[in-house]
Design a protein around this ligand. Sequence first.
Ligand SMILES: CC(C)(COP(=O)(O)OP(=O)(O)OC[C@H]1O[C@@H](n2cnc3c(N)ncnc32)[C@H](O)[C@@H]1OP(=O)(O)O)[C@@H](O)C(=O)NCCC(=O)NCCS
Length: 202
Amino acid sequence: MSALVVRAARTSDVSAVNRICFETGYSEQEVTGLRPTPDLLGLVWADPYLAFAPEWCRVAVDGRGVAGYLLAVPSTRDFDRWAHAAWWPLLSADHPADEPGLSPADRAVARLLASPPVSPEHLLDRFPAHLHVDLLPRARGRGLARRLIDDLVDRLAAAGVPGVHLGVSPRNATAIGVYEHLGFERLDVQPETIWMGRRTGA
Ligand SMILES: CC(C)(COP(=O)(O)OP(=O)(O)OC[C@H]1O[C@@H](n2cnc3c(N)ncnc32)[C@H](O)[C@@H]1OP(=O)(O)O)[C@@H](O)C(=O)NCCC(=O)NCCS
């Protein structure tokens, strides 16, 4: 097992990050039944972060390449403003949800590009930042999520950002357990997303 080195993300990491988003974003059953196109999911959940704020993102690299990432923005409101002007319109024009012949997974992503995910407004004053963390199986269970998240919280605190939130599927019991263990509290429970947040001390 080779060491995992954490470094700042670069724009050139985008294809590796996009691939990890795809590999961690669907269950095996979904990949078989829903026929997702590999690089689409990352257009929603990965690529915009590297385009908007690469300096806040981190990748973990081992002897085989990028094995995981943490993507983050310090201000969700600034990110949303940018994405609504510069990201979603271009991407949704390229991937119309009514295109015939789309697989169910690709149609779901196209719908997200047209109607992008939003964090609940009521938590953005206390938890302005948000993050995504996804690791390939070989990088899990080695303390990497703790390292990445604690480091982000330190950087956010130094920048005066008071809190960070994330959304997690209610079906992802492992991630929910990890986040609770790392000090995240449940802020809002919706049918498809549990919103959780952690204060930074700033
Ligand atoms: C969820 C995920 C990010 C966790 O990363 P990880 O590197 O395996 O987690 P860590 O090894 O850093 O564990 C952090 C802590 O949580 C604890 N933990 C692990 N599993 C746990 C569980 N099910 N319940 C409670 N705590 C748990 C660990 O013991 C560790 O505690 P410690 O630091 O006090 O020793 C990783 O499993 C992953 O990428 N999964 C697939 C993609 C995914 O689900 N991403 C999240 C989408 S919202």
